[in-house]
Design a protein around this ligand. Structure first.
Ligand code: GLC
Ligand code: GLC
Length: 822
């Protein structure tokens, strides 16, 4: 069942009922001011940090779900309704929500009135704009009332939802121009230098700033007393819950329409410019902001700028292909989600409260794979931030805070895959840009500039950290966990509330990870390539030899007979082996080791992928492990704490399904690769939205596995490494267009039924139109290449030499490449 449909020409998802299986959201803003907005206008705004600068309040886990947001009540005689349906839930004659790139539009109608609510954050601006248009579609004159309503958060979202003894006394506002402009200035009197402002671009009839007055002490957003009764009461909040509510009149002749623009802004003042008079906040910057959006022309111009911004970002990689679902994911939604992960990391979604983890070391390195081609400069900055949270011994803080950029002491380090992701991230950046200067940038260790070393030295220590931390089988020590945060082999947590990851010592125990070994073999060659390009031939030779040894260790001690083992636990017992009672086979090492080419020429890789197909595959994707753990294992940790089929305990973890897709392409299995790709791909599962439940235009972190009673149900949409990995997979491994050190590698691995496509790729300032012709109906392999019509004798690439490298062209040039498969 569907609850809407894609509109590719408009680059929108059009939701046609407010009763979606879960709130389906969008993100507005891509610099500092952000808003989460659902298909019923639920959500919240914040400035930069979703915990410390929360502008409006949002109650997670509430019932009814998602009723805090950006609500506009229309009153037409006795009839009261919301343009986006919530919170009154009045049945509407018409409803549509269109989520587009950085904007959302609601259109609805009831009883001869049609309404439109358009929302976006202008480029370079710290405010959310909303334009409301009301039209009288009846044949009688109408006197309508419109009431906008938002509830302010007292800035620190965590404190706001816990510290009521203080917070009920601190709320303060200022009201100007009869309520047309409402300032929220809680804590501005002391240490804050920022306030929020809500305004309308035309006079209002009334206002309220105290929630009790507008909603009623025992009222509810679904039936606000002021709206149902005789209008706003002009309340000024002193403590309790400051809100911005206004009352506006629309007198509309038949067929007439009128609009009004509302803004919600965030203003920061230098300390010496905080006040305009004692106790009166300096409003100059707010006034300047309002003056930038006086009318429709300004609103429309800002909206056009936003569209141009997205046009530009998305034209770095586009595909022209007959399969429209594939096209819309590659050209629009997958890249869009990658940009959202750049902006949000794992902080604010409908599953991440904005108060939690901050930026993950490994997460941020992987997210970069999905946006480096769109925003290389910001990717560079991100890499330097990440690297600065590494420890001098090469290990790393597992997470860091976006505002302070300091590592989180609580989680600490000891997640032994982290250092290698830095190599992977830097490698992706270098391939995209060729900017080797970045390797000379001085970067702190542990955020301490006195310990700073060139970025290259960070990579060297990352690589050697793995080399120097091997266990009894010559495989990398796992530490607190590797990619799988929940496989905690050294931790032994027995008490509720304890962290599964940080209980027990991180050094000492000898559990080993075959997954990290696979990563080492996959990204080690990137490190050695970087060394060679810097003239460090000895180090390159050392790296090659270490990779060689690791490959042997995997084939000797990491191979179970039909698939790759997952790990050895602290007692050196195998995990993910046929000898185990549960958890006999895991997805991660099969994907990673085969991607790395381990056993690709000697048969193990084929066997491993065959085992994945036989044992882990389901109609909705590949589950993380089988059989699911049915009880808690002290020696395994959090993974066995989840009920079977959920999360890391045999859920379909969408992040590592693409690893198997990439692995299949290494072996040339284009049909199978595409089959797996489609299973978790939003556009291909839109028809089962009633089962999948999360947004049909973005990936979720997890889909319930075959062991779960809710098999196929998605959770944790938007902020997941799945976005970057699926984009890398489809753009590079399947469509086969990969940035390489000196050019673009072309090595498609596609379903034999796909007869061809054209990719347009901007790369280092040049534009490549690469047409792939698969009239031969093969899955992999290139028969001939022409560049601008001339036969080209290009260097071969790929494990089996199936691909070729199109040399980098001068910036500014446009080149036409034709690749004939066969
Ligand atoms: C979450 C974490 C990520 C981890 C994965 C598997 O997505 O953000 O760091 O690799 O879970 O545990
Ligand atoms: C990852 C996992 C989650 C786990 C968390 C612990 O996010 O997906 O299951 O609870 O890590 O840090």
């Amino acid at each position: 069942m569907q609850f809407g449909h894609f509109d590719d020409a408009a680059r929108e998802y059009r939701i046609t009922t407010p009763r979606t299986p879960l709130p389906w959201i969008n993100y507005l803003g891509s610099e500092n001011f952000f808003t989460l907005i659902s298909n019923t206008a639920g959500g919240y705004s914040f400035y930069r940090d979703a915990r410390l600068r929360r502008i409006t309040r949002y109650r997670y886990n509430a019932s009814p779900l998602d009723s805090d947001g950006f609500h506009f009540y229309v009153k037409d005689g006795e009839s009261v309704w919301n343009i986006a349906w919530q919170p009154t839930q009045t049945e509407l004659d018409a409803y549509e929500c269109r989520h587009g790139l950085g904007y959302t539009v609601f259109e609805s109608a009831l009883g001869g009135v049609s309404a439109k609510q358009e929302m976006f954050v202008p480029n370079g601006e710290n405010c959310l704009l909303t334009r409301i248009t009301l039209k009288n579609t009846s044949d009688a004159a109408k006197q309508l009332k419109l009431f906008p309503y938002v509830e302010f958060c007292l800035w620190d979202a965590n404190d706001d939802s816990t510290n009521f003894q203080r917070n009920y006394s601190i709320g303060e506002v200022e009201v100007m121009d009869g309520g047309r402009v409402i300032y929220h200035k809680t804590e501005y009197r002391e240490r804050r230098d920022h306030y929020a402002v809500f305004w309308a671009n035309r006079p209002v009839d009334g206002f309220d700033t105290a929630r009790d007055s507008f909603i009623g002490v025992y009222g509810a957003p679904a039936k606000p007393e002021a709206v149902l009764g005789s209008g706003c009461k002009g309340s000024v909040a002193h403590g309790w819950q400051p809100v911005a509510a206004q009352e506006l009149s629309f007198d509309l002749a038949p067929g007439q329409e009128q609009d009004v623009i509302f803004g919600l802004g965030y203003i920061e003042n230098p300390v010496e410019e905080k006040w305009e008079a004692p106790g009166v906040i300096n409003k100059a910057r707010a006034v300047a902001m309002m003056d930038r959006y006086p009318d429709d022309a300004a609103f429309d111009a800002a909206l056009a700028d936003l569209a141009a911004h997205w046009d530009d970002l998305l034209s770095n990689y586009t595909v022209d292909v007959a399969d429209e679902k594939l096209g819309r994911m590659v050209n629009i939604w997958n890249q869009y989600q990658c940009m959202v992960t750049f902006n949000m990391s794992r902080s604010a979604s409908y599953y991440e409260s904005g108060m939690g983890r901050g930026m993950g070391f490994r997460d941020s390195c992987q997210d970069l794979f999905g946006f480096v081609h769109m925003i290389p400069d910001r990717a560079r900055e991100r890499l330097l931030d990440i690297a600065a949270t590494q420890f001098p011994d090469g290990s790393a803080y597992h997470q860091y805070q976006p505002l302070t950029k300091k590592g989180n002491l609580g989680v600490g380090s000891g997640f032994n895959d982290d250092p290698l992701w830095l190599i992977a991230g830097v490698d992706a950046y270098l391939r995209e840009t060729g900017d080797y200067d970045v390797l000379n940038e001085m970067v702190a260790f542990d955020s301490d500039m006195s310990l700073a070393q060139p970025l290259f030295e960070h990579l060297r220590r990352s690589f050697h950290y793995t080399v120097d931390h091997l266990g009894p089988h010559d495989l990398p020590l796992i530490g607190r966990a590797d990619w799988n945060d929940c496989l905690n082999l050294n931790c032994f947590s027995e008490h509720p509330g304890e962290s599964f990851q940080t209980t027990g010592p991180s050094e000492g125990p000898v559990a080993e990870s075959v997954f990290i070994a696979g990563m080492f073999v996959k990204y080690g060659p990137a490190y050695s390539e970087i060394c060679r390009r810097l003239g460090k031939d000895d180090e390159a030779a050392f790296a090659d030899e270490a990779v060689e040894k690791m490959t042997k260790a995997v084939l000797t001690s990491g191979w179970d007979g039909e698939w790759f083992l997952r790990a050895y636990d602290a007692a050196s017992q195998p995990i993910g082996s046929h000898v185990c009672e549960e958890g006999q086979i895991f997805i991660e090492p099969q994907g990673m080791c085969v991607m790395a080419g381990i056993g690709a020429k000697t048969g193990e890789a084929e066997k491993a992928l065959k085992s994945v197909k036989e044992r882990l595959d389901t109609k909705y994707g590949i589950v993380l492990l089988q059989p699911a753990y049915t009880k808690y294992y002290l020696n395994l940790g959090e993974i066995s704490s989840y009920p079977p089929g959920y999360k890391e305990n045999a859920g379909i973890f969408c992040h590592n399904n693409p690893w198997v897709v990439c692995a299949e392409t290494v072996l040339g299995h284009g049909d199978r690769a595409f089959e797996i790709y489609k299973k978790t791909c939003p556009a291909f599962i839109e028809e089962i939205s009633e089962i999948h439940r999360t947004e049909p235009y973005v990936y979720s972190q997890m889909v319930a596995g075959i062991d779960a009673p809710t098999f196929g149900e998605g959770k944790n949409s938007w902020l997941t490494g799945t976005a970057a990995w699926t984009f890398l997979t489809v753009s590079q491994a399947i469509l086969g267009i990969t940035p390489d050190y000196d050019g673009i590698a072309v090595d498609p691995c596609i379903p034999s039924s796909l007869s061809g496509y054209t990719v347009t790729r901007r790369y280092r300032g040049a534009e490549y139109h690469i047409t792939v012709d698969n009239a031969a109906g093969v899955q992999k392999g290139i028969a001939s290449v022409t560049i601008d019509g001339e036969p080209a004798d290009v260097k071969r690439c790929g494990l089996f030499e199936t691909g070729c490298i199109i040399p980098a062209q001068p910036a500014g040039s446009v080149v036409n490449v034709k690749v004939v498969m066969g």
